[in-house]
Design a protein around this ligand. Structure first.
Ligand SMILES: *Cc1c(COP(=O)(O)O)cnc(C)c1O
Length: 397
C-alpha cells in the first residue's frame, strides 16, 4: 500500500490552505527547489554546454517519459516529454491522420478542452477544405465512429464534469472501423489508472503540471504504440527527432521509435523540477491512488449534498464514471469560489457555472475534505459569497 502520509510530507503546501486544484496545477514538491538550484549551480553553472552529455540532459525527455509511462500503462520506450500539450495534440493528430490517407474526418466531442479542438481546427485548415473536424456530444461519440473517420481524438476525463470515457471500448470500436485513436490524458495521468497498452491505444498525449506536479509550464508528453512508432511520421520534424541530429544533414530522416516525436531543445530546468515530482510518483501505486481518490470524492459529494442544498452535482454520481475531480453547479459559482479561496480552500471555476474540486491522495486526506466542506457550508449557508469583491473576474479563473 502506498504510504500517503509520507507522500503528503514530500509537498510544500502553505499553512492553512486546503488545495483542491491539483487538477490544474499540482503543488510544489519539497525537493524541487534544491534540485533545480543544484542543477543550475553544478550543471549549468559549472558544466556549461558539456552538461548535455555529462549531466545526461539529452536523455531526460525519454527518461522522464518512461517514469510517466509506468503510471499510464505504456511500454518502456514509448513515451517522450517535451513541448506543451497543445503542440503534442497537433503532432499526434497530424501524425495519426497520415496513417489513414484516404479519410478526411477527425471526430471529437463537445466536452473536449477547447485548445484540443482549436489545434485540430488549425491543422485541418492548413491541410485543406476537404478536411473536417466533427464535434458531437460526449454520449454520442460511439455512434459517430464510422468508416469515414480517420482519427478519433478524445480527452478521457472531461475537464469540467470529470466524466470518464471508456477508453478500451471506444478504441476497440475505432479500430473495428479502421480509425486511429488519439487520447488526451491531461486529467488522467496521475489521477486514475490508465492502461494504454492493454487498451491497444494508438497515440496518447498529456501534460505534467496537473496531477503529475511538474510545475507551471512543465513539459507535455506523447505516447505512440510500439506497432506504429517506426511508421508514424512525426509531423513536427524538428532536429532533435532526427535520426542523427548532430550530422546536420539537410534532409530530415526520423529517428527510431519514440525519439522521432522530439522536436527541439528540451526545457531542462522544468524537466529537473518534474524529476523531483516523479520521485514522489515512484513511491505510489495508481491502484492505491484510485481507491483513496474514490473514498475522498464520495465523502466530499455526500457531505456537500448534506450541507449545501444550493449546489447541484455536475459530475457523474457513479465513481467508476468519473475521474479524480468533482464539480458542482451554482449560478454564482465564480463568487462562491472566490470566497472559498479567500478562506484558504482552493478550487477553481469553469464557465458558465462550474465549481471544480480536484482530489489528489498524494497530499489530500479525509481531514482536508471535511475541513473544506465545513468552510463551503459556511459560505453557502450564510451567503458569504454575496460580496462585491468576490464578483470581479480575474484573468485566470
Ligand atoms: C490542461 C489542458 C490543455 C492545456 O494545454 P497546454 O498546451 O498545456 O496549455 C490541453 N488539453 C487538455 C485536455 C487539458 O486539460
Amino acid at each position: 500500500m502506498t504510504d500517503f502520509a509520507a507522500t503528503k510530507a514530500m509537498f510544500d503546501l502553505p499553512e492553512g490552505v486546503i488545495y483542491l486544484d491539483g487538477n490544474s496545477l499540482g503543488p510544489l514538491p519539497r525537493a524541487a527547489g534544491n534540485r533545480v538550484g543544484e542543477m543550475m549551480a553544478k550543471e549549468w553553472g559549472q558544466m556549461l554546454i558539456t552538461g548535455w552529455n555529462k549531466a545526461g540532459w539529452m536523455a531526460l525527455p525519454t527518461g522522464l517519459g518512461d517514469r510517466i509511462g509506468r503510471l499510464i500503462g505504456a511500454e518502456p520506450g514509448t513515451v517522450v516529454t517535451g513541448d506543451t500539450l497543445s503542440i503534442k495534440v497537433y503532432q499526434a493528430v497530424a501524425s495519426a491522420l497520415e496513417l489513414c490517407p484516404n479519410r478526411k474526418v477527425v471526430l471529437s466531442d463537445s466536452g473536449n478542452f477547447p485548445s484540443d479542438l482549436y489545434m485540430v481546427d488549425g491543422l485541418l485548415r492548413s491541410l485543406g477544405p476537404e478536411y473536417e473536424l466533427r464535434v458531437v456530444a460526449p454520449e454520442d461519440v460511439a455512434s459517430h465512429i464510422t468508416e469515414d473517420v480517420a482519427v478519433l481524438m478524445l480527452t478521457e476525463v472531461d475537464y469540467r464534469s470529470g466524466r470518464l470515457h471508456d477508453m478500451k471500448a471506444l478504441t476497440e470500436l475505432a479500430h473495428a472501423n479502421g480509425t486511429v485513436t488519439v487520447w488526451d490524458l491531461a486529467h488522467s495521468a496521475g489521477a486514475i489508472p490508465v492502461d494504454l497498452s492493454g487498451c491497444n491505444a494508438d497515440f496518447a498525449v498529456g501534460c505534467t503540471y496537473k496531477y503529475l506536479n511538474g510545475g507551471p509550464g512543465a513539459p507535455a508528453f506523447i505516447y505512440v504504440a510500439p506497432r506504429l512508432a517506426d511508421r508514424a511520421r512525426p509531423a513536427l520534424s524538428g532536429w532533435l527527432g532526427h535520426e542523427a541530429p548532430f550530422a546536420f544533414d539537410l534532409d530530415y530522416r526520423p529517428g527510431s521509435g519514440i525519439e522521432r516525436m522530439r522536436v527541439g531543445t528540451p526545457p531542462i530546468l522544468q524537466m529537473t523540477a518534474l524529476s523531483a515530482a516523479m520521485d514522489i510518483w515512484d513511491r505510489a501505486e495508481m491502484a492505491d491512488v484510485r481507491a483513496i481518490s474514490i473514498e475522498l470524492t464520495e465523502l466530499f459529494i455526500a457531505r456537500v449534498e448534506a450541507s449545501c442544498p444550493e449546489l447541484e452535482l455536475a459530475s457523474p454520481r457513479d465513481p467508476n464514471q468519473r475521474g479524480s475531480q468533482v464539480s458542482f453547479r451554482f449560478a454564482e459559482g465564480y463568487a462562491a469560489m472566490q470566497a472559498l479561496i479567500a478562506r484558504g480552500v482552493i478550487g477553481d471555476f469553469r464557465a458558465p457555472d462550474i465549481m471544480r474540486f480536484g482530489f489528489t491522495p498524494l497530499y489530500i486526506d479525509e481531514q482536508d475534505v471535511e475541513g473544506a466542506v465545513d468552510i463551503l457550508a459556511d459560505i453557502m449557508g450564510n451567503r458569504l459569497w454575496d460580496a462585491p469583491e468576490y464578483k470581479v473576474r480575474q484573468r485566470v479563473t
